[in-house]
Design a protein. Structure first.
Length: 99
């Protein structure tokens, strides 16, 4: 799997913001990515070492749309919590230049 396709977007919630203070970052990743793929992607793309990767599959969810007579469905996704080495920082928008 290509490293640029592994990490999709960060999760911005209060709980994930508090966890960032202890060097834990929450992200949405490709549903086919493994923990090893995620560790390698962090090393190659951002130049930081991931100590631990915890993954959670978020099931699809159906709900009634506001003012609609149809059900809306949220797709299934995969969320990970990545623990970085002490002293290392990660910014989602800044990629490491690979030569």
């Amino acid at each position: 799997m290509d490293f640029s396709q592994v990490i999709k977007k960060p999760v911005a919630t209060e709980k994930s913001s508090r966890a960032e203070q202890s060097n834990k970052h929450t992200l949405v990743v490709n549903s086919k990515a493994t923990k090893i793929d995620i560790k390698r992607a962090f090393k190659m793309l951002y130049g930081v070492d991931a100590i631990k990767v915890n993954s959670v599959r978020v099931p699809s969810k159906s709900r009634w749309g506001k003012g609609r007579k149809e059900m809306e469905k949220r797709p299934e996704s995969k969320k990970v919590i990545v623990t970085l080495k002490a002293g290392q920082k990660f910014e989602f928008n800044k990629l490491k230049t690979v030569k």
